[in-house]
Structure formats: structure tokens, C-alpha cells
Design a protein around this ligand. Structure first.
Ligand code: COA
Length: 176
């Protein structure tokens, strides 16, 4: 099946390519991005793991992974994913990050709205879930703007930088 390239007024959502590794490393090693993101890398070499994760997810049809770019493809903004796709339960997760210079321009909301529309209409998903560190105001605001509903908090469920963190769970149902 051909990779689903998606378009919005300002954005092109395309398949991640091997050549994106420099930008992925820039994002997933940036202190502002990884402060509240669950995945990070300290070397370009180790970032290959993330590229392989995305490629395998697409190949095995257990998720989707898009590069978020400017509509004319001239700028790489970040990444949006639908991981943990369980076809039998019609559900998947949602994850995203942007390079900090592109924050607060409505980019993730615009990208995620398109991905969600695609997931509900083309992937037959019924439920999309996101887990967010409880102090991640930007991601929580984005999810609420996308009409995700808070379902509870997993308290002290992971260790990061030597301390426990709380993960808030949000989900959106295709209830049409
Ligand atoms: C979370 C993140 C993707 C948000 O992307 P973004 O494109 O800046 O978000 P948007 O511009 O679409 O903003 C959506 C809403 O969130 C609000 N928002 C964004 N960042 C915010 C922040 N730091 N604090 C409070 N509100 C914030 C915006 O104001 C907007 O609401 P509004 O339209 O009512 O004003 C971005 O901050 C990021 O990459 N963070 C690091 C990685 C990360 O945390 N990923 C998510 C892990 S769960």
C-alpha cells in the first residue's frame, strides 16, 4: 500500500526518509523537546534506532509515522506518529514533536487534525490515545484543542532523570 501523504493548507505530511535523520537528531536531542518527551538521543548514530522504529512501524502496518513539513516541503518542522495500532480493537496512540523554533504557530494542531481525520476515515480507527507528562502544558493544551478527553493519571509510573513522573491519559473517540 502506498504511504498516505497528507496535505493541509500550510503543511505536507510525508513519509519519514533516511535523510531526515539530522533533523530527527536535532529534535530528539534538543533540551526543550526532550524535557517532556519520552524518547531522546545523544548521538546521530543512536538516532538510527528512531528511524528504524518509524520504518518498521510503516512496513509492518502497526502504525504510521509522518514528517511534518511546510506545504512546499522546504522546511522540516517535526514528526507525528500513530503508534501501537491494534486493528482488532480499532485503536492507536498519538505522538508528536516539533523543533522549538516552530512552536506555538498552530502547527501540531493542524497536523494532528488531519492525521485524526485520516485515522478515522481511512484506518477505521475508533479510539486514539495519548499519554502526556502532567507538566507538559503545550501538549495538554493541544490535545484539549483537538477535543481529546482526560481519562485519568498514571501516578509515578515511570522514572526519568532519577525521579518519578506522572502520565496523564487522553483519548478521542470517533463517535460519529
Ligand atoms: C507539544 C508541542 C508539540 C505543541 O506544538 P505546537 O505546534 O506549538 O502547538 P500549537 O501551536 O498547535 O498549540 C495548540 C494549543 O496549545 C497551546 N500551547 C502550545 N504550547 C503551549 C505551552 N507551552 N503552554 C501553554 N499552552 C501552549 C497553544 O496556545 C494552542 O492553544 P490556543 O490555540 O488556544 O492558543 C510542542 O510544544 C513540542 O514539540 N513539545 C516538545 C515535545 C512534546 O512534548 N511532545 C508531546 C509529548 S506528549
Amino acid at each position: 500500500m502506498a504511504f498516505p501523504v497528507l496535505h493541509t493548507p500550510r503543511l505536507l505530511l510525508r513519509e519519514i526518509a533516511g535523510a531526515d535523520i539530522d533533523k530527527v537528531f536535532e529534535g530528539l536531542s534538543h533540551p526543550e523537546v526532550i524535557k517532556q518527551y519520552g524518547v531522546s538521543f545523544t548521538t546521530l548514530e543512536s538516532t538510527k534506532e528512531q528511524m528504524d522504529w518509524c520504518a518498521n512501524m510503516i512496513k509492518a502496518a502497526i502504525g504510521r509515522c509522518w514528517a511534518i513539513c511546510a506545504a512546499d516541503s522546504s522546511i522540516f518542522y517535526g514528526v507525528i506518529t500513530l503508534p501501537f495500532w491494534k486493528k482488532e480493537h480499532r485503536k492507536a496512540g498519538l505522538g508528536y514533536w516539533l523543533l522549538p523554533q516552530f512552536w506555538r504557530k498552530g502547527i501540531v494542531t493542524e497536523a494532528a487534525a488531519k492525521v485524526i481525520e485520516y485515522a478515522f476515515t481511512q484506518m477505521n480507527l475508533h479510539r486514539i490515545m495519548a499519554e502526556v507528562e502532567d507538566d507538559n502544558a503545550g501538549s495538554i493544551a493541544s490535545l484539549k484543542k483537538l477535543r481529546f478527553v482526560y481519562e485519568g493519571t498514571q501516578r509515578e509510573c515511570e522514572i526519568k532523570d532519577g525521579g518519578f513522573l506522572n502520565l496523564e491519559m487522553y483519548a478521542l473517540l470517533n463517535s460519529k
